[in-house]
Design a protein around this ligand. Structure first.
Ligand code: ZN
Length: 242
């Protein structure tokens, strides 16, 4: 669908509660794309209605006691990084419109909702990022790697994997970036039909770290960058040496 048509569609529908996301859900060309644009975000966020997806997330995660603050959730999405690919991934996750097989089957894009990693469970957002047997070990290995590298006990759980670590602080900013990048890595593996592994994740994280460094350098914010990242350098030790 042409870009201007997408905008026109959004402009027509924003006044009607609930219809915005409904329209958006069927906008396959945009949803399947790796990036979004500020214009589309502004249009979507101008609708002052709490997304129904947030209450759906809360009821799905009721056993974990998840109470989601909408502002915090969207702040983690947009204030952790300026990387638009990561923002778009998290934005679609929050709105439950990330193109995983369960959702793609619902909108008739694919015929099977089977998980591309383990091949025997339904591929939902929660499954591919947390519960899948091929993924849960990645989080525990990453946690172990961080502990060995910097003696920090960082546990990954359903709530911080999906919505980020709160409150938003300098230290949590790096943790949130690591979580966002890890999800992007897992999602990229899923779409490429590759199984994720810790070494692949660490090199993906290192590349994203270099992108953040480049952005900071371009914006004359190197001192801030160094202060934020210095405690975390040791998690990249093996990559910096090689
Ligand atoms: Zn699976």
């Amino acid at each position: 669908m042409p870009y201007q048509d997408i905008l026109n569609l959004l402009l027509q529908k924003t006044h009607t509660k609930g219809l915005l996301l409904h329209t958006f859900q069927y906008n396959k060309s945009l949803l399947l794309h790796n990036k979004c644009t500020n214009v589309v975000y502004r249009q979507l966020n101008s609708c002052n209605v709490i997304p129904t997806s947030i209450s759906k997330w809360e009821s799905e995660l009721v056993q974990y006691g998840a109470k989601i603050c909408v502002n915090d959730a969207f702040n983690v999405c947009f204030k952790t990084t300026k990387d638009t690919q990561l923002q778009w991934l998290q934005f679609r996750l929050l709105h439950r419109i990330l193109p995983v097989n369960h959702y793609l089957k619902k909108i008739k894009v694919v015929s099977s909702d089977c998980c591309s990693f383990c091949k025997h469970e339904v591929e939902t957002i929660q499954h591919v990022f947390i519960n899948c047997e091929k993924v849960s070990t990645i989080w525990s290995n990453l946690s172990l790697h961080i502990y060995h590298a910097m003696s920090l006990r960082l546990g990954f759980n359903v709530v911080n994997i999906l919505f980020g670590e709160l409150p938003m602080s300098k230290n949590n900013k790096v943790i949130n970036l690591i979580i966002l990048c890890s999800k992007q890595y897992l999602f990229t593996c899923l779409k490429k039909g590759k199984l994720p592994c810790l070494s692949g994740l660490l090199s993906y994280l290192f590349n994203k770290y270099k992108v953040e460094k480049y952005i900071a350098c371009k914006n004359f914010e190197m001192q801030k960058f160094v202060n934020t990242w210095q405690p975390w350098y040791s998690i990249f030790d093996t990559m910096i040496q090689s």
